[in-house]
Design a protein around this ligand. Sequence first.
Ligand SMILES: [Mg+2]
Length: 259
Amino acid sequence: MTGTAWQDFLQRLATARQLRLFLDYDGTLADFAPSPDVIQQDPELISLLYRLAARDKFLLAVVSGRSLQHLRELLPFKGMLLAGTYGLEMQLPDGTCHAVLTLEQVRPTMERVKPRWQQLLDGQYGFFLEDKGWALALHARFATLEDAQRVLSAARNEVEALSPGPAFAIEHRPRFLEIYPVEANKRRSIERILAQHTPPKALPVFAGDDAHDEEAFSAVLDAGGYCIRISREPVETRAQFQLETPAQMRQWLTWLENA
Ligand SMILES: [Mg+2]
């Protein structure tokens, strides 16, 4: 990024006393894993975030659609806030955990959906059913687009036939289907983190790469903060700034560390 606005932004970051840094994980801090069940620690990223988290200036919060357990394994150190399942479950910097809902409110619905989805995947190639505890996701990254469309549409019909009710939302993309509690929402999560876990004077900044992050951008903009969208292509976004890749994102974080 270049330009006056970007330079002003960097200046603001350099001089701010404290920054609340909200960071998405996949597609923002790291390239997408080959499969969502792959948990591959990235020593370079761990070291970078560990150093940032150790400084009083940086209040780090990694906010991801991954389960909290995955995030803990990817980033195995304290000092950061980890918000999993779009913020439904959280680990505070001191290691204490809490969740917005109880699993008892969620599991009965998931247990009804899961066997039906499993049945649809029987004999199919290129699909992966991920049980996040709080959510169920059907990935079709390695299926043909035709198979993906057919199976995910059938899976969506199965969910709708079960009428899970207004407490649950469905996300359906060409190669992805997920059922999750509406409380699992990055915007709500960011509002909670700002209200309950952030000093009022800390400047909020959010970096993310998809539609869930766009929801969260609104909360950060409302709080007078800044947003960075990660995308290789020009994209319609609420964010003031854009970086192209996780590699550029890491360069920016390294710049922050030394600013
Ligand atoms: Mg992402």
